[in-house]
Write a protein of this length. Structure first.
Length: 150
């Protein structure tokens, strides 16, 4: 994950919360930290998919997916991160990892942070970009030179 130096105290808190959250939810599967960083009334919108509401529901969903799909891992690289008051915007590459398969795809995220907790998490991504990343990941299994790195 790319760590950026914040420019003021509001950014310090908001940036730190979002960076810790992305690390916990995608890279580490640290659902205790995820739970601590989400507000009780958080809304998670993965645009184009059903909206999830509430900390408990979101954390349970991710725990359940993690236990049912233990072979599925994720990684993340933040390319740009910016704040505007309580809003944090991210431009990043998420990586879906299944053994040697590593599909890289871009994601833009919007986070609202209040009192050190995320109240809104909205991700936008292009399904075609995910498809391209998946094709490249499949091709990189027999041809490792095609493998991207985070």
């Amino acid at each position: 994950m790319v760590d950026r130096l914040p420019t003021n105290e509001v950014e310090t808190g908001s940036l730190a919360v979002v960076q810790a959250f992305l690390r916990a939810v995608l890279r580490d599967k640290d659902f205790d930290t995820v739970s601590a960083l989400l507000a009780d009334d958080v809304i998670y919108e993965n645009v184009g998919y059903p909206t999830l509401r509430g900390r408990q529901h979101i954390v349970q969903t991710f725990r359940r997916l993690s236990s049912k799909l233990p072979w599925l891992r994720w990684d993340v690289k933040v390319h740009r991160i910016a704040t505007d008051g309580s809003s944090v915007l991210t431009e990043r590459t998420d990586v879906m990892i299944i053994g040697p398969f590593q599909a890289h795809f871009w994601v833009c995220g919007v986070f609202e942070v209040r009192d050190g907790q995320i109240t809104l998490w909205r991700d936008y991504f292009d399904l075609f970009d995910l498809l391209k990343g998946s094709v490249r990941a499949l091709a990189a299994i027999p041809i490792p030179a095609l493998r991207l790195t985070v």
